[in-house]
Write a protein that binds this ligand. Structure first.
Ligand code: PMP
Length: 292
Protein backbone atom coordinates (compact mmCIF):
# COMPACT_ATOMS: atom_id res chain seq x y z
CA UNK A 1 0.00 0.00 0.00
CA UNK A 2 2.94 2.30 0.63
CA UNK A 3 4.14 1.75 -2.94
CA UNK A 4 1.11 3.72 -4.19
CA UNK A 5 2.00 7.13 -5.61
CA UNK A 6 5.25 8.82 -6.62
CA UNK A 7 4.44 8.08 -10.25
CA UNK A 8 6.67 9.69 -12.89
CA UNK A 9 5.90 12.64 -15.16
CA UNK A 10 7.05 12.27 -18.77
CA UNK A 11 7.18 14.84 -21.57
CA UNK A 12 5.31 13.71 -24.70
CA UNK A 13 8.09 15.06 -26.89
CA UNK A 14 7.43 12.91 -29.94
CA UNK A 15 3.68 13.09 -30.55
CA UNK A 16 3.60 16.72 -29.39
CA UNK A 17 7.08 17.68 -30.60
CA UNK A 18 6.43 21.42 -30.94
CA UNK A 19 4.51 21.76 -27.71
CA UNK A 20 5.13 21.34 -24.01
CA UNK A 21 2.91 18.48 -22.86
CA UNK A 22 3.67 16.35 -19.80
CA UNK A 23 1.76 13.23 -18.68
CA UNK A 24 1.74 11.77 -15.19
CA UNK A 25 1.84 7.98 -15.61
CA UNK A 26 -0.67 6.73 -13.07
CA UNK A 27 -0.63 3.22 -14.54
CA UNK A 28 2.66 2.79 -12.67
CA UNK A 29 0.79 2.43 -9.38
CA UNK A 30 0.93 -1.15 -7.99
CA UNK A 31 -2.75 -1.89 -8.69
CA UNK A 32 -2.26 -0.54 -12.20
CA UNK A 33 -4.18 2.74 -12.11
CA UNK A 34 -4.83 6.12 -10.51
CA UNK A 35 -7.63 4.50 -8.50
CA UNK A 36 -5.15 2.99 -6.04
CA UNK A 37 -4.87 6.43 -4.47
CA UNK A 38 -8.61 6.94 -4.01
CA UNK A 39 -9.14 3.46 -2.60
CA UNK A 40 -6.25 3.89 -0.15
CA UNK A 41 -7.73 7.20 1.07
CA UNK A 42 -11.22 5.69 1.37
CA UNK A 43 -10.05 2.61 3.28
CA UNK A 44 -8.37 4.85 5.84
CA UNK A 45 -11.97 5.80 6.79
CA UNK A 46 -13.26 2.21 6.76
CA UNK A 47 -15.38 1.43 9.86
CA UNK A 48 -13.19 -0.83 12.06
CA UNK A 49 -15.66 -3.74 12.16
CA UNK A 50 -16.13 -3.85 8.37
CA UNK A 51 -15.15 -7.23 6.94
CA UNK A 52 -16.77 -6.91 3.52
CA UNK A 53 -16.46 -4.20 0.91
CA UNK A 54 -18.35 -3.63 -2.32
CA UNK A 55 -17.95 -1.14 -5.14
CA UNK A 56 -19.22 -0.29 -8.62
CA UNK A 57 -16.33 0.18 -10.99
CA UNK A 58 -15.37 0.34 -14.64
CA UNK A 59 -12.61 -2.00 -13.49
CA UNK A 60 -9.76 0.02 -12.05
CA UNK A 61 -11.33 0.96 -8.73
CA UNK A 62 -12.29 -2.70 -8.46
CA UNK A 63 -8.70 -3.83 -8.97
CA UNK A 64 -7.40 -1.27 -6.47
CA UNK A 65 -10.00 -2.39 -3.94
CA UNK A 66 -9.29 -6.07 -4.59
CA UNK A 67 -5.56 -5.47 -4.08
CA UNK A 68 -6.14 -3.53 -0.85
CA UNK A 69 -8.65 -6.16 0.34
CA UNK A 70 -6.00 -8.86 -0.11
CA UNK A 71 -3.63 -6.82 2.06
CA UNK A 72 -6.24 -6.02 4.71
CA UNK A 73 -8.02 -9.39 4.75
CA UNK A 74 -11.39 -8.08 3.54
CA UNK A 75 -13.98 -9.87 1.42
CA UNK A 76 -14.34 -7.85 -1.76
CA UNK A 77 -17.11 -7.80 -4.35
CA UNK A 78 -17.01 -5.61 -7.45
CA UNK A 79 -19.84 -4.83 -9.88
CA UNK A 80 -18.66 -3.93 -13.39
CA UNK A 81 -20.49 -2.99 -16.60
CA UNK A 82 -20.82 -5.71 -19.25
CA UNK A 83 -18.45 -3.81 -21.59
CA UNK A 84 -15.50 -4.10 -19.16
CA UNK A 85 -12.42 -5.64 -20.76
CA UNK A 86 -11.62 -9.27 -20.04
CA UNK A 87 -8.20 -8.35 -18.68
CA UNK A 88 -9.70 -5.96 -16.14
CA UNK A 89 -12.19 -8.56 -14.89
CA UNK A 90 -9.52 -11.25 -14.58
CA UNK A 91 -7.20 -8.86 -12.82
CA UNK A 92 -9.81 -8.21 -10.11
CA UNK A 93 -10.42 -11.96 -9.74
CA UNK A 94 -6.69 -12.66 -9.55
CA UNK A 95 -6.54 -10.76 -6.25
CA UNK A 96 -9.24 -13.08 -4.87
CA UNK A 97 -12.23 -10.75 -5.23
CA UNK A 98 -15.65 -11.61 -6.70
CA UNK A 99 -16.79 -9.87 -9.87
CA UNK A 100 -20.42 -9.32 -10.87
CA UNK A 101 -20.72 -8.43 -14.54
CA UNK A 102 -23.87 -6.33 -14.98
CA UNK A 103 -25.82 -5.88 -18.17
CA UNK A 104 -27.91 -2.77 -17.49
CA UNK A 105 -30.20 -3.54 -20.46
CA UNK A 106 -31.28 -6.88 -19.02
CA UNK A 107 -31.26 -6.14 -15.30
CA UNK A 108 -29.83 -3.74 -12.75
CA UNK A 109 -26.75 -1.85 -13.94
CA UNK A 110 -23.43 -2.01 -12.09
CA UNK A 111 -24.09 0.98 -9.84
CA UNK A 112 -27.52 -0.33 -8.79
CA UNK A 113 -26.04 -3.79 -8.23
CA UNK A 114 -23.37 -2.45 -5.85
CA UNK A 115 -26.05 -0.54 -3.92
CA UNK A 116 -28.16 -3.72 -3.66
CA UNK A 117 -25.24 -5.81 -2.41
CA UNK A 118 -24.42 -3.18 0.20
CA UNK A 119 -28.04 -2.98 1.36
CA UNK A 120 -28.65 -6.72 1.51
CA UNK A 121 -25.34 -8.08 2.66
CA UNK A 122 -24.11 -5.40 5.03
CA UNK A 123 -20.97 -4.78 3.00
CA UNK A 124 -19.29 -1.38 3.22
CA UNK A 125 -19.89 0.51 -0.04
CA UNK A 126 -17.12 2.90 -1.13
CA UNK A 127 -19.52 4.71 -3.49
CA UNK A 128 -16.98 6.58 -5.62
CA UNK A 129 -19.72 8.17 -7.76
CA UNK A 130 -21.13 10.02 -4.74
CA UNK A 131 -18.44 10.11 -2.06
CA UNK A 132 -16.62 13.35 -1.24
CA UNK A 133 -13.59 11.20 -0.39
CA UNK A 134 -13.08 10.60 -4.13
CA UNK A 135 -12.00 14.11 -5.15
CA UNK A 136 -10.44 14.66 -1.70
CA UNK A 137 -8.01 11.80 -2.38
CA UNK A 138 -6.73 13.61 -5.46
CA UNK A 139 -6.76 17.00 -3.72
CA UNK A 140 -4.72 15.62 -0.82
CA UNK A 141 -2.42 13.17 -2.63
CA UNK A 142 -2.23 13.27 -6.45
CA UNK A 143 -2.36 17.06 -6.77
CA UNK A 144 0.40 18.10 -4.31
CA UNK A 145 2.64 15.40 -5.77
CA UNK A 146 2.04 16.73 -9.30
CA UNK A 147 2.53 20.34 -8.18
CA UNK A 148 5.88 19.50 -6.57
CA UNK A 149 7.09 17.48 -9.58
CA UNK A 150 6.19 20.32 -11.96
CA UNK A 151 7.57 22.94 -9.54
CA UNK A 152 4.35 24.86 -10.16
CA UNK A 153 5.16 25.30 -13.87
CA UNK A 154 1.66 24.54 -15.17
CA UNK A 155 -0.57 26.68 -17.40
CA UNK A 156 -3.26 24.19 -18.43
CA UNK A 157 -4.41 20.97 -16.76
CA UNK A 158 -6.24 18.60 -19.13
CA UNK A 159 -7.95 15.55 -17.63
CA UNK A 160 -10.36 12.77 -18.58
CA UNK A 161 -13.67 12.70 -16.70
CA UNK A 162 -15.36 9.56 -15.40
CA UNK A 163 -16.65 10.07 -11.87
CA UNK A 164 -15.03 13.51 -12.00
CA UNK A 165 -12.92 12.88 -8.89
CA UNK A 166 -9.54 13.35 -10.54
CA UNK A 167 -10.31 16.58 -12.41
CA UNK A 168 -12.20 18.09 -9.46
CA UNK A 169 -9.60 17.28 -6.79
CA UNK A 170 -6.53 18.19 -8.84
CA UNK A 171 -8.24 21.14 -10.54
CA UNK A 172 -9.32 22.66 -7.22
CA UNK A 173 -5.82 22.27 -5.74
CA UNK A 174 -4.09 23.80 -8.77
CA UNK A 175 -6.44 26.79 -8.89
CA UNK A 176 -5.90 27.46 -5.20
CA UNK A 177 -2.14 27.58 -5.86
CA UNK A 178 -2.47 29.60 -9.06
CA UNK A 179 -5.90 30.87 -10.16
CA UNK A 180 -4.57 31.49 -13.70
CA UNK A 181 -4.29 27.75 -14.38
CA UNK A 182 -6.96 26.57 -16.82
CA UNK A 183 -8.64 23.21 -16.16
CA UNK A 184 -10.08 21.38 -19.17
CA UNK A 185 -11.97 18.08 -19.13
CA UNK A 186 -12.01 15.51 -21.94
CA UNK A 187 -14.79 12.97 -22.50
CA UNK A 188 -16.27 10.90 -25.34
CA UNK A 189 -19.05 12.31 -27.56
CA UNK A 190 -22.47 12.85 -25.96
CA UNK A 191 -21.20 12.32 -22.41
CA UNK A 192 -22.93 14.32 -19.68
CA UNK A 193 -20.23 16.67 -18.39
CA UNK A 194 -19.73 19.20 -21.18
CA UNK A 195 -23.22 20.54 -20.80
CA UNK A 196 -22.64 21.20 -17.08
CA UNK A 197 -19.78 23.54 -17.97
CA UNK A 198 -20.72 25.02 -21.33
CA UNK A 199 -24.55 25.04 -21.40
CA UNK A 200 -24.43 23.28 -24.77
CA UNK A 201 -27.54 21.21 -25.49
CA UNK A 202 -27.30 17.42 -25.23
CA UNK A 203 -26.96 15.61 -28.53
CA UNK A 204 -27.55 11.87 -28.86
CA UNK A 205 -27.56 9.09 -26.34
CA UNK A 206 -24.18 8.46 -24.69
CA UNK A 207 -22.40 5.34 -25.86
CA UNK A 208 -18.64 4.85 -26.00
CA UNK A 209 -16.14 2.01 -26.19
CA UNK A 210 -13.65 3.98 -24.09
CA UNK A 211 -13.65 2.60 -20.55
CA UNK A 212 -13.36 4.87 -17.53
CA UNK A 213 -14.36 8.21 -19.07
CA UNK A 214 -17.76 9.60 -20.00
CA UNK A 215 -21.13 9.07 -18.34
CA UNK A 216 -24.70 9.19 -19.59
CA UNK A 217 -25.64 10.76 -16.28
CA UNK A 218 -23.24 13.15 -14.52
CA UNK A 219 -21.81 12.15 -11.14
CA UNK A 220 -22.22 14.72 -8.33
CA UNK A 221 -18.50 14.25 -7.59
CA UNK A 222 -17.75 16.44 -10.63
CA UNK A 223 -17.30 20.11 -9.62
CA UNK A 224 -18.27 22.36 -12.56
CA UNK A 225 -16.87 25.39 -10.70
CA UNK A 226 -13.26 24.23 -11.11
CA UNK A 227 -13.57 23.22 -14.78
CA UNK A 228 -13.22 25.91 -17.48
CA UNK A 229 -14.15 23.81 -20.49
CA UNK A 230 -14.88 20.22 -21.56
CA UNK A 231 -13.83 18.84 -24.95
CA UNK A 232 -15.59 15.86 -26.52
CA UNK A 233 -13.70 13.37 -28.70
CA UNK A 234 -15.16 10.67 -31.00
CA UNK A 235 -14.06 7.12 -30.10
CA UNK A 236 -12.26 6.51 -33.45
CA UNK A 237 -10.14 9.61 -32.89
CA UNK A 238 -9.30 8.56 -29.32
CA UNK A 239 -8.40 5.02 -30.35
CA UNK A 240 -6.02 6.24 -33.05
CA UNK A 241 -4.05 7.82 -30.20
CA UNK A 242 -3.76 4.58 -28.21
CA UNK A 243 -1.57 3.29 -31.05
CA UNK A 244 0.37 6.54 -31.49
CA UNK A 245 1.24 6.65 -27.78
CA UNK A 246 2.48 3.05 -27.86
CA UNK A 247 4.37 3.21 -31.16
CA UNK A 248 5.72 6.74 -31.11
CA UNK A 249 6.18 7.45 -27.39
CA UNK A 250 6.68 3.89 -26.14
CA UNK A 251 3.86 4.49 -23.65
CA UNK A 252 1.36 1.63 -23.49
CA UNK A 253 -1.55 3.61 -22.05
CA UNK A 254 -5.27 2.86 -21.83
CA UNK A 255 -8.20 4.21 -23.83
CA UNK A 256 -8.90 7.12 -21.48
CA UNK A 257 -5.27 8.28 -21.79
CA UNK A 258 -5.65 8.11 -25.56
CA UNK A 259 -8.92 10.06 -25.33
CA UNK A 260 -7.21 12.81 -23.37
CA UNK A 261 -4.26 12.85 -25.80
CA UNK A 262 -6.75 13.30 -28.66
CA UNK A 263 -8.36 16.15 -26.70
CA UNK A 264 -4.97 17.83 -26.21
CA UNK A 265 -4.26 17.49 -29.95
CA UNK A 266 -7.53 19.35 -30.62
CA UNK A 267 -6.75 22.03 -28.05
CA UNK A 268 -3.10 22.72 -28.88
CA UNK A 269 -3.73 25.16 -31.76
CA UNK A 270 -5.53 27.42 -29.26
CA UNK A 271 -3.00 27.08 -26.44
CA UNK A 272 0.08 28.80 -27.86
CA UNK A 273 3.16 27.63 -25.98
CA UNK A 274 1.30 26.86 -22.76
CA UNK A 275 2.74 24.26 -20.40
CA UNK A 276 0.15 21.48 -20.50
CA UNK A 277 -0.08 18.73 -17.91
CA UNK A 278 -2.29 15.65 -18.03
CA UNK A 279 -2.89 12.30 -16.34
CA UNK A 280 -2.64 8.86 -17.95
CA UNK A 281 -4.92 6.83 -15.60
CA UNK A 282 -4.27 3.24 -16.67
CA UNK A 283 -2.34 0.89 -18.96
CA UNK A 284 -2.96 -0.38 -22.47
CA UNK A 285 -2.07 -3.82 -21.11
CA UNK A 286 -5.63 -3.98 -19.73
CA UNK A 287 -7.09 -3.66 -23.24
CA UNK A 288 -4.83 -5.84 -25.38
CA UNK A 289 -7.73 -8.07 -26.42
CA UNK A 290 -10.01 -5.12 -27.05
CA UNK A 291 -8.04 -2.40 -28.84
CA UNK A 292 -4.75 -3.89 -30.05
N1 PMP B 1 -9.59 6.59 -16.90
C1 PMP B 1 -9.77 5.37 -16.42
C2 PMP B 1 -9.14 4.22 -17.13
C3 PMP B 1 -10.53 5.17 -15.27
O1 PMP B 1 -10.73 3.93 -14.79
C4 PMP B 1 -11.14 6.29 -14.65
C5 PMP B 1 -12.00 6.09 -13.45
N2 PMP B 1 -13.32 5.73 -13.79
C6 PMP B 1 -10.94 7.55 -15.22
C7 PMP B 1 -10.15 7.67 -16.33
C8 PMP B 1 -11.62 8.79 -14.72
O2 PMP B 1 -11.25 9.19 -13.45
P1 PMP B 1 -12.32 9.88 -12.49
O3 PMP B 1 -13.30 8.81 -12.10
O4 PMP B 1 -11.52 10.38 -11.35
O5 PMP B 1 -13.01 10.97 -13.25
Amino acid sequence: MEAIGNTPVVRLGRVFADANVVAKLEFMNPGGSIKDRMVRAMLRKLPPQAGRVVEASSGNTGAALAMASAVLGLDCEVAVPVATSREKIRRIEAYGATVRVCDGERGPDYQETALDIARQGGAHHLDQYRSALNSQAHYGDTAPELWAQMEGQIDVFVCGVGSGGTISGIGRYLKERNPAIRVIGVEPLDSAYRKLVTDLPANGEFSSAIEGVGKGCASPVFEPAVVDDVVQVPDEEALAWIHRLAREEGILAGGSSACVAAGIARLLPTLGNARVVTIFPDSGAFYLSKYF
